[in-house]
Design a protein around this ligand. Structure first.
Ligand SMILES: C[S@@+](CC[C@H](N)C(=O)[O-])C[C@H]1O[C@@H](n2cnc3c(N)ncnc32)[C@H](O)[C@@H]1O
Length: 251
């Protein structure tokens, strides 16, 4: 079983997300377990205060080290080992599919720490955090959305969570490409028809069409990813030649 413990000031809101849909069903089947823990429950003061003013002055409040530490220690003591701990932070390495793959392959238990206010006391990070991950180059009010994103991306790679590994190996970013366009019923919607090849039942031709669309999409939308692709196989070279002739202006 893959276990993720999320340390947060908003466990109920987060619980609704992780207990529903695909992750909820995977938890019901004991394939994964995602638990959200209220950091306030680990304060040693009556007011359950978890934050205080920043030393040196400045706006807002900083989450204090000790409530975070008590919560983290409880989770590690319960596990019986130092659980790999990630602080969600705009100053961390940017999270991506390769990071999700790594976290899935290298660990079976994670603690995700959600900051709030101006962030958390650096001494907790120094003592307890193994790595910092960012959702992107922007600042959110809290680490809850990033933690949910990491938990979701990692958990859907756990065997059995999705019906088949192809559910994720054919998706965007698995092999550095964007996915081909998808269609469902009806065949015609608002005068827009589904590409006829997808109705042909010819699996090899459909696979070729999808590969070609994925190449085209990646080239058009993400030239940075396209530049890193290995398209040297004979099949891909053929698809590239086809794309070239299709996009050449008619003379
Ligand atoms: C308002 S932010 C603090 C930002 C911090 N003062 C700074 O400038 O780096 C509050 C919390 O939201 C979370 N957070 C905000 N943006 C994030 C991002 N892009 N990725 C991951 N976590 C983020 C972090 O847990 C952070 O402690």
């Amino acid at each position: 079983m893959y276990q993720i413990d999320i340390m947060t000031l908003f466990p109920d809101t987060m619980g609704d997300m992780v207990n529903d849909s695909i992750l909820g069903r995977a938890q019901d089947r004991d394939i994964i377990r995602v638990d959200c823990h209220q950091i306030r429950d680990y304060t040693l003061n009556k007011q359950k205060q978890v934050d205080d003013y920043p030393y040196g002055g400045g706006h807002g409040a900083v989450m204090q080290a000790d409530p975070l530490y008590q919560c983290w220690k409880h989770l590690c003591d319960r596990a019986g080992y130092p659980v790999h701990t990630i602080y969600m932070s705009p100053a961390g390495r940017t999270f991506c599919q390769a990071e999700a793959k790594r976290l899935n392959a290298d660990y079976d238990h994670l603690i995700l720490v959600c900051g709030h206010y101006e962030g958390i006391d650096e001494r907790f990070i120094e003592e307890c955090v193994d790595e910092e991950l960012s959702l992107g180059d922007f600042v959110l009010t809290g680490g809850e959305i990033p933690a949910l994103a990491v938990a979701d991306a990692v958990c859907r790679l756990v065997p059995g969570v999705l019906p088949d590994p192809e559910c994720y190996t054919e998706e965007s970013h698995w092999n550095g490409m964007l996915e081909y366009p998808q269609y469902s019923r009806p065949e015609i919607w608002h005068d827009r028809a589904v590409p006829s090849i997808l109705l042909s039942g010819h699996h090899a031709k459909i696979a070729k069409w999808r590969r070609k669309q994925a190449i085209l999409r990646t080239r058009t939308r993400r030239p940075d990813l396209y530049a890193k692709l290995d398209l040297s196989s004979r099949e891909d070279q053929k698809l590239l030649a086809e794309l070239e002739s299709e996009t050449k202006p008619q003379t």
